[in-house]
Write a protein that binds this ligand. Structure first.
Ligand SMILES: Nc1ncnc2c1ncn2[C@@H]1O[C@H](COP(=O)(O)OP(=O)(O)O)[C@@H](O)[C@H]1O
Ligand SMILES: [Mg+2]
Length: 284
C-alpha cells in the first residue's frame, strides 16, 4: 500500500512520530566530557549496601569529567562529578589502561589460582593481542572492585566502591582538608603522635585483612592516602590469598617490609619481621 492511500492527517501523525523518534537522540546529546549517569546501565555492578547517603542513584544525573587527578602505573584516575539539579558529588574514576602505554606488566604471581573463564580470552591475554589487553584491563578492574566491595563491607578503611563498568571503577574520592585529592602517605611528614596513629591504623587494617585471608599485595606509602586523622588504603587489585596463593606469604612479607621501612625512615622504629609475625597470626 503506498502512502498516498493514507489520509493527510494519518500521514502527518506518522511523520510526527518519526520526527520525534529521530530527534530523541539529538536531544539526548551531551557535550564531550559529559554522559548520562551510567549507574542504571546494563552490565554495571553497583557497590555494596548500605549505600552511603552521598550516593546519587537518579538516572537523570549527568556525569562530567573534571580532568585527570593522577596518572598511575596502571590506570588514570579522573575526577568525575555526578549531578542532578538538586545534588552533586565528585568521585574518583579509575580507568585501567588497556593499550601499549601500560608501563609494566603485572607479575603473574598475583593471579595464580585465579581463572579467566573463556579459553579464547585466555589465549588472547597470553598472546598480548589488543583484545587480550582489553580483557586483562577489565579483569584487573573487576578484581579491584571485588576486593574493594569485600574490604569495605568488612569495615576496612578503603574508598567506597560506587560501581564497575568494564575497565572503569567509580569510587569515593578521598579528599584532604582543602577538598582536593588526599595526599599519599609517602608525601607526608606527620608529627610523632599522628605517625603512631597512622601506623596503628595500618597494622589493624592488615590484621583485619589477614583474618579475611588476604594480604594487600602492593601495600606501600604510595598506596595509602591520608586525610587529617585517618589513613585509607587504595589500589587493591592485587590483593592475594595468604594461604591459597603459593606466594601469598612472600607478598605479605613485602607489604610489611614496605610499611616498616617507611615508618622507620620517618622516625618510628617498626620491625618488619615482628609486624609480619603479628599479621600472619590473624590468617590462621
Ligand atoms: N579514591 C581516591 N581518592 C583520591 N585519590 C585517589 C583515589 N584513588 C586513586 N587516587 C590517586 O590516584 C593515584 C593512582 O591511583 P592507584 O589506585 O594507586 O593506581 P595505580 O595502580 O595506577 O598506581 C593514587 O596514588 C592517588 O593519588
Ligand atoms: Mg598505586
Amino acid at each position: 500500500m503506498s502512502t498516498s492511500n493514507f489520509a493527510a492527517s494519518e500521514r502527518d501523525a506518522i511523520a510526527h512520530e518519526f520526527t520525534a523518534d529521530q530527534f530523541t537522540p539529538v536531544l539526548d546529546h551531551l557535550p564531550p566530557g559529559q554522559r548520562w549517569s551510567t549507574w542504571d546501565d546494563i552490565g554495571i555492578s553497583a557497590g555494596p549496601e548500605p549505600w552511603p547517603e552521598w550516593l546519587i542513584t537518579a538516572d537523570a544525573a549527568i556525569d562530567t569529567d573534571l580532568g585527570i587527578l593522577k596518572t598511575g602505573k596502571e590506570a588514570d584516575v579522573w575526577l568525575l562529578e555526578r549531578a542532578t539539579e538538586a545534588e552533586s558529588v565528585i568521585m574518583a574514576a579509575k580507568r585501567y589502561r588497556s593499550s601499549d602505554h601500560r608501563m609494566f606488566r603485572r607479575d603473574s604471581g598475583y593471579t595464580e589460582g585465579r581463572r579467566t573463564r573463556r579459553s579464547r580470552d585466555r589465549r588472547a591475554i597470553a598472546k598480548g593481542t589488543r583484545w587480550g589487553r582489553q580483557v586483562e584491563a577489565g579483569e584487573w578492574a573487576a578484581a579491584e572492585f571485588g576486593y574493594l566491595c569485600h574490604l569495605w563491607s568488612a569495615g576496612l578503611p578503603v574508598p567506597y566502591p560506587v560501581q564497575l563498568d568494564g575497565t572503569e571503577i567509580l569510587m569515593e574520592l578521598i579528599t584532604s582538608a582543602n577538598g582536593g585529592g588526599a595526599p599519599r602517605l609517602a608525601q607526608t611528614r606527620p608529627p610523632r603522635e599522628l605517625l603512631e596513629s597512622y601506623f596503628r591504623q595500618l597494622r589493624e587494617a592488615m590484621c583485619t585483612m589477614a583474618s579475611l585471608g588476604l594480604a594487600p599485595g602492593d601495600l606501600s606509602a604510595f598506596n595509602v592516602l591520608t586525610t587529617e586523622a585517618r589513613v585509607v588504603i587504595i589500589d587493591v587489585p592485587q590483593a592475594v590469598d595468604i594461604v591459597g596463593n603459593p606466594q601469598g606469604l612472600d607478598f605479605l612479607a613485602r607489604d610489611c617490609h614496605n610499611i616498616a621501612t617507611w615508618f622507620t625512615a620517618r622516625g618510628l622504629a617498626v620491625d618488619a619481621q615482628a609486624l609480619l609475625g603479628e599479621v600472619v597470626g590473624y590468617a590462621w
